[in-house]
Every structure is written in C-alpha cells, then in structure tokens.
Design a protein. Structure first.
Lengths: 315, 592
C-alpha cells in the first residue's frame, strides 16, 4: 500500500516536472499557431537546433570554462533562446512569409497546403543537415545536477526524490512562462500580437503591421521552444532526428490547451507530461507514448476546442 | 470519347515506363524503379481523400502500415500468399478508413489534420509493444511465384506498374463521376455542398474507405518487395510525409500530381543516397527538402498546375475579393418605378411557413420569434442593418443551424432540425454571401455539382446544369473557368448552381453585393425572370433601390426580431425602419 502510494507520488512529481518543460515547449508552438494559424512541422527541429546550440555554446564557446558544469548549461540555455529567435526571424522572413500572412489571400485553401509542405521541407533539411553537421552520435549535456536528487520527506515513511536538474528545469520553465505572459498581456508588442491573432484584417486597419507581428511571433515561438529544448537536453540525450519525437507531443499539447490559447498550451503540455509519467504506473513503458495519443484523440473528440479554446463558427 | 482521350497519356506513360524498366539490369536501380509506382500509388491514395476533399491527412501511414503488417503476418502465421493477403490488406485498410473516418470527420480543418497524425503513431507504439520490432517474410523457395518472390526484380516493377495503371484509371473514373464532383464540392465549401444537396459525410466516408483500401494494398505490396517490415518503416511519420510530399510536389487534386512527384523525387532521393550517402549521411534528405522548398515557393499548388497554367498562357485570376465592405449610407429611396408582375388575384398557396423561430448564441439572441409566410411565386425581401440576424435566419431555414424553438414548414410539413442536404431535397436552394467557386473548374462543372441532388445519372445532371446556366444567361461562356469570371458572372454562376437542384424556394444571400449599378440591374432582371417562371424567392439585400423594384413584400429585421412586414411602399416610409437603418434623428425627415 505504502509502496503503491509512493510510486504514485513519485510519478506525479516526475510528471509535474517534465510537464513544466513540455508546457514551455508547447507554448512556443502555440504562440506561432495562435498568432499565425500556421502548422509548423519544423518546430521539433527548431528545438533540436536549440539543443545543439546549447551544447556547442556550452562546450565550444568557453561557457563551461567560465561558469563551470553546474551553472554553465543554464547560461548557455539563456543565450540559445535569443540565438534561435534570430534564426526563426530569418526563416520567417525568407520562407514562411511567402506562403502565410497577408499574402495567402489568393492561395487556395488559404495556403495551408503550401505552409504544410514548406515546413515539411524545412524539417527535412534541418534533420538531415543536422545529421551531416552534428553526426549521428547521441549528444548530451552533463551537469552534476542530473545525477543528484533532493529528497522530500520522509512523510509517514514516504520519500519523494526530485532530480535536481529536472527541478531547476521546471523552475526556469515557469520563470520563462511568467515573463512571456507578462510580455503578452502587458506590453504594447503583446497587444499587437493578440490583435493580429484575433482579427488580422481589423488589426491592419488599426495600423498594426500584421506581417511584422507574425514574424515576431515566429521568432519568439522559436526562441521559447529552444529554451525548452535546452532544458530537456540537461536530462535526455539527443540526436538530429529528436524533433520528430517531440513535435507530436507539442501538437498534442497545443490542441489539448485549445489552439490559439497560449496559457492553454502550457497546461496542455503539462497534461501530456503527467499522462506520460502516470501511465507508467499501469502500462508497460513502450505504451507510454500510445497513451499520449489516446488521450489526445479522446480530448479532440469530446472537447475539440481544448481546455481554454473557444469555437468560432463562421458561414 | 473523353474517356479515350484521357486514357491515351496513361497508356503511353505505362508503356514507356515498362520499356525503360525492362532495360535496367542493375538490381538496385530496379528496386528504385519498383518504388516509384509504389509511392505514386500511395500518393494517389492520399490525393483521393486529401487532394479532392481538402481534408489534409497526416496519418495515411496508418493504412499503409496495417496493409504491410497484414501481409507479412498473414504469410508468417497463416502461410497466406500475397495474392490472397494483399486483397485482405486492402479490405482491412478500407475498414480502418471507415473506423477512423467516422469519428474523425466531425472535426474540421487543422483539428482533422492533427487527429489523423495521432492514429499511425499510436498504432506504431502498439506494434512495438507487441514485439513486432522487425519481422521478416520467410523465403519460399518451393513456390516463388505463389509468394511473389520473383528471381527477376523486373517483375516487381511490372506488377507495381500494373497496380499504378489501375489506380490511375480508378482515380480518373472517380474524378469525372458524381463521386469526384461531390468531393470537389466539399473542398470548395462544405457548407455550400450540403446546401446543394450533397450528403457530405457519406461521400467523405466513401473516399476515406477507398483511400484506405488502396493504401492498405500498396502497403502489403511494399512488405512483399522489401521482405522486412518494421513499425517505423510503415507507420512512421516519414511514411505519411512521403504521401503528402509526392502529391503536393506534383500537384494536389489531380491524378497526375502524385505520379509526377514520385517519378521525380523518388529516384532523386535514392540516387543521392547511393552516391553520396556514405560520405554525407542525410544528403538526400537535404536535397529533397530543398527541392520541396523551392517548388513550393515557385509553384505552391504543385508542378502540374504550374505547368498547366504556363501552357495555357492565361494567368488564372486570383480569387475575387470575397466581399466588399458595405456602403454605410443606405439609401432608402421611394419606389419610383415599381415593376408589378402579373399576379393572380386569388390567394396563392403558402409553400414556406416559419413559426416563432428563435436561435441564440450564448446571450446573443440572433433570431427571436420570427414568423412569416412565403406564398408560391412571391419575392420576399429580407432587410435590416448589419447583425440583424438575416443570414442566421437563412442558416436556420436551410438547416445549417438548428433552431432553439419554432418550426419551419415546407408544404405544411415541419422540416426544422433536418440536415441541409435533406432540406435541399425538399426544395430549398440557396446562394451565399461569400462566394466560393472552384476556380479551376468551368462554369458547367461548377453548376453540375448542384444538379446531383435531383439527377439520377451524370447525363441528366449535365442536362439540368445546362438548363440552369441558360436560365441565368451564361450559356455562351459555360466552358470558361470560374477563375476568369467577373464578380457579376460569378454571382450568376452561384445562382445557376442553386437552380440546378431544381429548388422551389430560392434563398439569395446578398446576391448583389459588390456589383456596380448596371451589373446589379442585370442580375435583378434575371431574378425577376425566375420569379415570372414560377420560382419563390427570399432575398437578403442591402441596396434598397434594387430591392424596392424587385420584391413583393419586405420583412425588416432588427436585433433578430421582425420589426415590420409589408408592402415596399409602406415599409420604406415606416419610422421604425428608418430608425433602425439611419438612427433616430432621421425619423423626423420620414415622409408621413
């Protein structure tokens, strides 16, 4: 009995910790989808780039030497965010803007076909280019934190162990999320993003440059996901095709939270993390991911607008 | 004749392809030649659902994988030869299509696409868990032909080519039939398709079942050719992406698109992999990706359409601006030259009666307690300021929305709560505020879609369509592509599409929007002619001048409720109408 309870609490803690990072990951994608309505298939690969950016910043650019193994990775993560944001900005400027935003009015199906296949193309280039540049060997960012744990308790003979690296990851994820929320709700930039998302035509009439808003959302979304990727990289080894594994989790989270809702995407990612970890209690490990998809499908059928979304009907 | 004309390129392609593949002796290149038709068929299967209906599936690997595993496991456990198990794989693929389609078609747009993504991946993990990480088809030396294990790899290519040939013919057959027309109609506007009498769910289910069956069969064949099946290689996301890629690269919604895409991309990828794969692993992916990016930027709908447009030398017009903003200064003119039609003086029979119809969205009462009667041969004008509930009323009448309360009686029968295609069969036709023509189809083809609700076969549908086109006066340009038409011609085409289903009651939603004065007059003349020929019409319009000449009576809505009903002369003088349109201070100027 005690053992079962301990297992449950341990899985709950693990789910909450990983869920916080998944949440941030989903927020990056949710921001892009919410503002632009573009399905970005390459988002997992942007995250992969973020992981490698952290890796090289940490090892090759002297951050390891300057800050040491404990703090160094997190410094690298904070630098990788803006770096990838610039990358996202450039990708949007050069490619995505050609098939989205105000230019898509004349395309059939509002250019969805074009957006899908374009991001699919970008994903292929990044994955395989990554294979050429980074090699197929698993990379990892080791910090002494990932092999030590905080012990909570014991309460009535039950102790919960929290991996220190995951704990710090979850805290940093929450901090980033809070900063982003403040940016979106309080700043002038955030207002223009929300306006562009809500009604692009009306926003244009109000003097908002919708294409610029899209570009900023794309950059911001890419940067946020890169940070989340970096946080994950302190615990999990990665390779150039890692994006494929996470892009599904991201979409599941975004849909769960309600497409277009940024805070919803965070809770969606959190749910995915919890489902993944809790399912280990009853299911074999291989079926963890199958459980995610089943939950995803159930939610999509019974509450397609997600937790926080709203349905908008137009004839 | 049309059939033989489209058959010729297919035969030429098949013969050329067979000739080329028979000369190749290198077994690796022969494998590439086998894979080209395999992926082309898979692309065609995807195209059948997603290309024609516009519902993008990211999950076609589900059907492909089910087929591959059915064939492989069938041979391992039941000793089934592929000649038997591939048809079984097709059957299973079709059943999977129905099982997946039935719940998933309730979702729209992005939700559908993303839900489809989840199916193959969920199945993938289940197969891994079941312990089918890598299964190998046993070699059958004693009866190679029965087990499709040919010594000469060219036979695989010919077999694949034969399957491709069959799939192309099937797709062409569908493209030309009412099946294909129904799918295209769903793609342009699902709501409009329902309103035109098409049971969209039934057609979508047929499409996904057939698409799943083709994907299942080709998945089974793929397993036989490669002899090894792993969850990643048949259920993986890259498999679904392959179908999308060849179809979108080549051209969406055309039979040649996936074939072109496959013929170019598959050899390119395989050869790059063979030549440079050892030094630069993944080089084929990079080139592949770059090729896709370039094509999509230069020809966003695929190579086929780009080439066709170039050959036609006529740039297809971009979609007309869907709707111009309303002129805020609504002119309430007096009926100077009201054209009175010859109308029998005896009371005509009521064919549409609306009783206490209400519908609210959350707290907003969009339509409240609306009642009116429409007599045979009447023209009723429904007017009111923006947001008065006019379009919502139409949506209630043709079944897009369910009323919260009230009844809609057609010939005395309560039809409220029925689906749009059922109401269309009962005789309600409608046009839309926002036009969604299929730009690459001719006027005739656009209109034929509307005729299927009445027609028993394709010939009759063609006749009904031609008749409808004649009634709106577009016969001379019936062969033109919708993308080349003016707004007025598009409006008339929409009218013809509604007429093709031989409705008795026509609901026209802002048919004059975006038209100039003279153009509006032409359309008004057409509508008047329809009324003279016995059509009953309800029309929503903002331009009062045109309306006053057109209608027999007005129904004025404001905030969802009827404020006035009556003859045009009386209504235009009514103080409440002027107030609703122009505000209180103008009431003083109303002629008393």
């Amino acid at each position: 009995m005690t053992q079962a309870l301990e297992g449950f609490l341990q899985a709950l803690a693990a789910g909450l910790l990983i869920g916080a990072v998944y949440g941030l990951m989903c927020v990056g994608l949710g921001l892009i989808f919410g503002v632009m309505r573009v399905i970005n298939f390459a988002h997992g690969d942007f995250m992969m780039l973020g992981m490698y950016a952290v890796f090289y910043l940490f090892t090759a650019f002297g951050i390891q030497a300057a800050f040491g193994n404990t703090v160094g990775p997190f410094v690298a993560i904070l630098l990788a965010g803006p770096l990838l944001a610039v990358f996202g900005y450039a990708i949007h400027l050069a490619l995505i803007s050609r098939v989205s935003g105000t230019r898509t009015a004349s395309l059939e199906g509002e250019g969805h076909y074009a957006q899908l296949i374009l991001t699919l193309g970008i994903a292929l280039v990044l994955q395989n280019g990554g294979l050429i540049v980074f090699g197929s060997v698993l990379a990892s960012i080791r910090t002494p934190l990932s092999s030590s744990a905080w012990e909570l308790g014991p309460f009535f003979d039950i102790s919960i162990f929290i991996n220190r690296a995951r704990g710090v990851d979850a805290i940093l994820s929450l901090v980033t999320m809070t900063l982003l929320t403040l940016l979106i709700t309080r700043s002038r930039l955030g207002k223009s993003l929300r306006a562009a998302a809500d009604n692009p035509t009306a926003a244009t009439y109000m003097g908002i440059d919708v294409d610029r808003a899209h570009r900023i959302a794309f950059a911001l979304g890419t940067g946020i996901t890169a940070v989340a990727g970096g946080l994950l990289a302190t615990n999990y080894p990665f390779h150039p095709f890692v994006g494929l594994e996470y892009v599904i989790v991201m979409y599941a989270g975004v849909v769960l939270g309600g497409m277009g809702s940024i805070i919803g995407a965070f809770w969606g990612g959190m749910t995915i993390g919890l489902v993944q970890q809790m399912s280990t209690l009853v299911l074999p490990t291989q079926l963890q991911n199958a459980a995610i998809f089943v939950v995803f499908l159930l939610i999509i059928f019974f509450r397609p607008q997600g937790f926080f979304g709203r349905m908008v009907e137009r004839t | 004749m049309q059939a033989s004309r489209s058959l010729l390129p297919v035969v030429v392609f098949a013969v050329l392809y067979a000739a080329v593949s028979l000369t190749v002796t290198n077994s690796y290149y022969q494998l590439v030649l086998t894979l080209v038709p395999v992926w082309a068929i898979f692309g065609l299967s995807w195209n059948l659902l997603s290309g024609y209906t516009g519902l993008i599936s990211f999950g076609h690997a589900a059907f492909f994988g089910i087929g591959a595993y059915a064939t492989a496991l069938g041979q391992i456990y039941f000793d089934l030869p592929p000649w038997v198990s591939i048809p079984i794989a097709a059957l299973l693929g079709g059943i999977a299509g129905l099982a997946i389609g039935f719940p998933t078609f309730r979702l729209q747009g992005h939700y559908f696409a993303l839900a489809m993504l989840a199916y193959p991946l969920a199945i993938l993990y289940v197969f891994e868990w079941l312990g089918f990480q890598e299964i190998t088809l046993p070699i059958k030396r004693e009866s190679p032909i029965a087990y499709m294990q040919f010594g000469d790899p060219r036979i695989y290519t010919l077999l694949a080519l034969a399957m491709l040939f069959g799939t192309i013919l099937l797709t062409q057959l569908i493209e030309r039939s009412r099946f294909g027309m129904a799918l295209l109609a769903i793609k342009q506007n699902e709501a409009a398709a329902e309103a035109a009498g098409i049971n969209t769910l039934a057609w979508k289910l047929r499409a996904i079942a057939l698409s799943g069956a083709i994907a299942g069969a080709i998945g089974g064949f793929y397993a036989v050719v490669l002899l090894v099946v792993t969850p990643q290689s048949v259920f993986g996301m890259l498999v679904s992406a392959q179908a999308l890629t060849v179809a979108m690269f080549g051209g969406v919604g055309t039979v040649w698109g996936p074939v072109i895409g496959s013929v170019i991309l598959i050899p390119l990828a395989e050869i790059l992999n063979a030549e440079a794969g050892s030094r630069l692993p993944g080089i084929q992916g990079v080139i592949f990706g770059l090729a896709i990016i370039c094509v999509i930027l230069l020809a966003p709908e695929g190579l086929f359409w780009k080439i066709r447009d170039l050959l036609r030398k006529r740039p297809v017009l971009s979609a007309p601006a869907s709707r111009t903003a309303h002129d805020p200064s609504v002119v309430i003119a007096l009926p100077s030259r009201a054209v009175s039609r010859d109308r029998s003086s005896e009371p005509a029979d009521v064919i549409l009666e609306v009783r206490h119809l209400s519908r609210s969205f959350g707290g907003l009462k969009a339509v409240q307690d609306v009642s009116f009667r429409l007599r045979r041969n009447d023209i009723l004008g429904i007017i009111g300021p923006n947001g008065a509930g006019k379009t919502t009323l139409f949506n209630l009448l043709n079944g897009f929305l369910l009323p919260d309360a009230g009844e809609v009686l057609i010939d005395g029968r309560d039809m409220s709560g029925r689906k749009p295609h059922e109401l269309c069969e009962a005789g309600i036709g409608r046009t839309f505020q926002i036009m969604r023509p299929f730009l690459r189809m001719s006027i005739s083809d656009n209109v034929v879609v509307g005729a299927y609700v009445r027609a028993k076969n394709d010939t009759e549908a063609g006749k009904l369509a031609a008749d409808a086109i004649a009634r709106v006066g577009l016969s001379e340009i019936a062969g033109r592509l919708a993308g080349e038409l003016t707004t007025k011609e598009l409006r008339l085409m929409e009218l013809a599409r509604a007429l093709a289903g031989q409705p008795r009651i026509l609901l026209l939603d802002e048919t004059l929007a975006g038209l100039g004065h003279d153009e509006a007059n032409e359309v008004v003349t057409v509508i008047q002619r329809l009324a003279r020929d016995g059509m009953t019409i309800a029309v929503i319009e903002h331009t009062m001048q045109a309306m006053v000449r057109l209608v027999d009576s007005f129904l004025v809505l404001d905030h969802g409720a009827v404020i006035v009903e009556g003859e045009p002369e009386a209504v235009t003088r009514d103080a409440r109408v002027i107030e609703a349109y122009l505000g209180k201070k103008w009431v003083a100027y109303a002629p008393h």
